[in-house]
Write a protein that binds this ligand. Structure first.
Ligand SMILES: *Cc1c(COP(=O)(O)O)cnc(C)c1O
Length: 396
């Protein structure tokens, strides 16, 4: 037998963390890493944050899981806080991002079904999007590497060019239920949608009574300096998927919706065994306690400007490697002139953790609790590593 006990679907790196402390991770042999990957935008509070750790410990000892068959004081309290802090009137809790997107897709289709228009079941999605790894969410993208070998895919998705309002307008037919979009594409290469484009999608939805469904799984929960990225655009969605950072490392997600959009989501239409269990709710509350206030959000914005500024200053010293910086807040991407995957691998060997993305972008996604000293350390070490990095033969 040659297959590994862990199904070999990931090209796992030699970094093998066993302990975390704030912005640092420690490997099996005690190697120390500066973690500007945050488990792919998950560990908003870094590692071992006392408030989050204690909330989980206390709740685990009190009540971990019951069932959605019973009343949930924990879920009601946290859902109320989320609805007060966002556009939403109601929340369904999930265990992951893909499940939150699934719930969002179902809610959008069900809205039209509820109003006697079951033929309106197509969501318009965007090139290079990433919405997860379930059958519906891989059907909602054109990325071949996610779809290869999994046919038949689900019907009901039309993929068009990102950030092209004319294409969006032309794609609206009598079968369209709405748009599903990441306001800032994450895996696709940290690509923020333009202001006019997002406002245009909102106007198209209003005009044709369509659902604007945002996938804020990566860009949501304070990552960009706002609690949710839609706030940067001065618009509100009808439905939104949230996950990754929402539990600060505890696996959970949420599908948020307005009362109007959730019209079809009545008793029996959806469910989850674990979704919203008391332990998850305690984790979500603890994260929101820390990040859900203006002071924290302003700090993320300021730290994002520092990091971006420092990266931009560094680029001219290594302009054979780096092109530009893009993104918002602490969701940053460095567009590279060489294979970003190889460079990210190289950085790992030098104790720096970042994440590769599409379009030869290196994602820089630090915990939101970083301080200026971490920004300085990151950029100095990145610059040092860039100095020593030799271009692979093919790119040289
Ligand atoms: C990570 C991600 C998902 C999928 O989340 P999982 O928790 O891995 O299922 C969906 N959408 C976006 C934008 C993501 O970044």
């Amino acid at each position: 037998m040659t297959i590994t006990p862990l199904m070999p679907v990931y090209p796992r790196s030699p970094v093998r963390p066993v302990r975390g402390e704030g912005v640092y991770l420690y490997g099996e042999g005690g190697e120390k890493y500066l973690d500007f990957a945050s488990g792919i935008a998950v560990n908003l509070l870094g590692h071992g944050h006392p408030h989050l750790t204690k909330a989980i410990q206390d709740q685990a000892a009190t009540l971990m899981h019951v069932s959605n068959l019973y009343g949930s004081p924990q879920g009601e309290a946290y859902a109320r806080r989320l609805t007060e802090a966002t556009f939403a009137d109601t929340v369904f809790f999930t265990n992951s991002g893909a499940e939150a997107v699934e719930c969002a897709i179902k809610t959008a289709r069900r809205y039209h079904h509820h109003h006697g228009r079951p033929e309106k079941n197509v969501l318009i999605t965007f090139a290079n999007a990433f919405h997860g790894r379930t059958m519906a969410t891989i059907s909602a993208t054109n990325q071949e590497k996610l779809r290869d070998g999994f046919a038949p895919l689900l019907p009901g998705f039309t993929v068009i060019e990102f950030d092209n309002l004319d294409a969006a307008r032309e794609a609206v037919t009598e079968h369209v239920a709405g748009f599903l979009i990441e306001p800032i594409q994450g895996e696709g290469g940290i690509r923020p949608a333009g202001l006019a484009f997002m406002k245009g999608l909102r106007a198209l939805c209003d005009e044709h009574d369509l659902m604007l469904v945002l996938d804020e799984v990566q860009c949501g929960v304070a990552r960009t300096g706002k609690l949710y990225a839609y706030e940067h655009y001065g618009i509100e969605p009808d439905i939104m998927a949230s996950a990754k950072g929402i539990g600060g490392g505890f696996p959970m997600g949420a599908c948020l919706a307005t009362e109007k959009a959730a019209a079809g989501m009545v008793i029996g239409t959806h469910g989850s065994t674990y979704g919203g269990n008391p332990l998850a709710m305690a984790a979500g509350q603890a994260v929101l306690d820390i990040v859900g206030n203006e002071e924290f959000l302003t700090r993320v914005e300021r730290m994002g400007e520092r990091l971006r500024g420092a990266l931009e200053q560094m680029i001219p010293n290594h302009d054979h490697l780096f092109e530009s910086v893009r993104g918002l807040g602490l969701m940053l991407g460095v567009k590279m002139k060489t294979d970003s995957r190889d460079f990210v691998t190289y950085l790992r060997q030098h104790g720096l953790l970042t994440v590769a993305a599409g379009d030869n972008v290196m994602r820089v996604l630090p915990p939101l609790i970083i301080e200026e000293a971490h920004v300085t350390e990151f950029v100095e070490r990145l610059s040092e590593a860039a100095r020593r990095y030799e271009l692979p033969q093919a790119a040289a």
